[in-house]
Design a protein around this ligand. Sequence first.
Ligand code: GLY
Length: 411
Amino acid sequence: MHSPPTTPSATTDVLVVGGGIIGLVTAWRAAQRGLSTAVVDPEPGGGAARVAAGMLAAVTELHYGEQTLLDLNLASARRYPDFAAELTEASGRDIGYRACGTLAVALDSDDRAHLRELHALQRGSGLESEWLSGRECRRLEPMLAPGVRGGLRVDGDHQVDPRRLTAALLVACERAGVVFHRAWAERLTVAGDRARGIVMADDTELAAGQTVLAGGSLSGRLAGVPDDVLPPVRPVKGQVLRLTVPKAYAPFLSRTVRAVVRGSHVYLVPRENGELVVGATSEELGWDTTVTAGGVYELLRDAHELVPGITELPLTETRAGLRPGSPDNAPMLGPTRLPGLQLATGHYRNGVLLTPITGDVLAHALVTGELSDEARPFTPRRFAVPSPASSPAPSPAPSPAASAALTEQPV
Ligand code: GLY
């Protein structure tokens, strides 16, 4: 039972629920368009981007059946250089954007067959990707294991530092006048068949013309969202390691190196500051964010097969985050069937890559009420199932999945 919320003091044009990179970029772009904008999150700048490696891997993470998503990924990747420059200018902070390229390698004949298929898919999709022999791979990256059997050189897959990106977005939002409410969103307010804002955990109501649900893996848990509008987002755990390359060892790797080892993806992302990020497990374990001995062992074992020298490096951090998975691995962007409620969630493996285009798409949708052409396939309405409870008017009754408020800490 909730006591009646306090009367809202003011109505903001846009209220973004969730202060991870997707919520922040949405707020920044909305504020730039002249909309009064607020973000509600107990710890803005948290979320999965605190863990993510920051690969911008539209080409090397291409999967069968994801060609539509590929177009969005490529469009966002193309925006990164200008986005990085604009955000650096707006915040005074570098975001660690590096056009360093990626090398995907094979360790045995099975891996090589897998990479050959990926290469064919890439070429068939019109993407630039060059097949290299094992020797050519090692010439590019001398730290690679002698057993590397071949690889794909993809110069168009870059990287950014997600922690720096987050820090820059926070400053840019503040400078653009975004207001931060450091609290949990308790429930969506629905009245007169439209979303009207949210109620926070202390029962304070925040009124808004448009509410954007950008809560990452928690986006499906906000109470008050009607069943047929609730985003079908689930947490997909990823464990990630951070190591440090001492100056004496540099340059250890000059680009991102990745492989599929015994069916598991492993990648090593070298930063200019000496950080080396090794990721990532992919585990469907609900809200569990425990770093396990098994997860760390498997990442180190697979990374060691690729680059034996990593065992010499200091291991400085182990962490687990939750990717916001969606039924088709693609995000949900823009207006829902409930007027006044938009989504920016379900980015799964591509949240960092899709940050620039998500900001642009949401700003456009908030100003015009429409999705831009490139974002049409990603309307949240593709998952909407009309339910008796919501017909003809959306019901404010939460589903069982939504009965818990947005009160769990994403990492
Ligand atoms: N895109 C990298 C990952 O999800 O692990």
